[in-house]
Write a protein that binds this ligand. Structure first.
Ligand code: Z5A
Length: 212
């Protein structure tokens, strides 16, 4: 009998919400409990496309806004064959940012509709669970200053948060809002409960297609 597929689990959220911290903890906890799991992050800065994006984020290069949006999407699509292979092998993928960040960040720029911004990612592997780590700007400020990369300003992050709120109204996606202001351990516990549930459900259903 073919093995049961892994789940595609995504963490989204505003700057300093704790996505990277929680992705690492979740992968470790799943592995320790005997469930195959691997971490991924977008942008994946290791590929040729990812290096173009990284230079843009670090403000070492300029790219036209539509162009960089399509590069972020291409960076996801280039990883799809590997993602599908892992999921089919029963590996759960825990992903730090995905197409939702793509849509939220570009549509927070002037002149971009959320509708246009989602289009290039239609048909990507659909996450079984998307957890949005909710953190107020005041709480984020307690975790240190913004970094020096592009987009790391309070005004832009507020606009991004509003776009995420619109995306979360979509009932075709399994969104769970996580209170990221709790301690690292408490957030981890909440995330683990939702993840185990999603892993159990994913075992018995085929992988979906995002926004289709
Ligand atoms: N972007 C885009 O435009 N289009 C796209 O398609 C995609 C992305 C995929 C990539 O940044 C940028 O690209 C991002 C979106 C855009 N721009 N912004 N902003 P990245 O992925 O390289 O980095 P990041 O996602 O911005 O990281 P982050 O948001 O700054 O951090 P985080 O991963 O959410 O948090 P963390 O690193 O785990 O924790 C931050 C700090 O808080 C750290 O000191 C922790 O120790 C602390 N922390 C974490 N949890 C807690 C709790 N619970 N209590 C107290 N302190 C905590």
């Amino acid at each position: 009998m073919a093995c049961k597929r892994g789940a595609l689990i995504v963490l989204e959220g505003v700057d300093r919400a704790g996505k990277t911290t929680q992705c690492k903890m979740l992968v470790q906890a799943l592995q320790q409990s005997g469930r195959p799991a691997e971490a991924m992050r977008f942008p994946d800065r290791t590929t040729t496309i990812g290096q173009l994006i990284s230079a843009y984020l670090e403000k070492k290069s300029e790219l036209e806004d539509h162009t960089v949006h399509l590069l972020f999407s291409a960076n996801r699509w280039e990883l799809v064959p590997a993602m599908k292979r892992k999921l089919e092998q029963g590996v759960t993928l825990v992903v730090d940012r995905y197409a939702f960040s793509g849509a939220a960040f570009t549509s927070a720029k002037p002149g971009f509709s959320l509708d246009w911004c989602t289009k290039p990612d239609v048909g990507l592997p659909k996450p079984d669970l998307v957890m949005f780590l909710q953190l107020s700007p005041a709480e984020a400020a307690l975790r240190g200053q913004f970094g020096n990369e592009r987009y790391e300003t309070r005004a832009f992050q507020n606009a991004v948060q509003q776009k995420f709120e619109l995306l979360m109204k979509d009932p075709s996606v399994n969104w769970q809002v996580i209170d990221a202001s709790k301690s690292v351990e408490e957030v981890h516990r909440d995330i683990t409960v939702h993840s185990l549930n999603a892993i159990n459900i994913a075992e018995n259903i085929p992988l979906g297609q995002l926004w289709k």
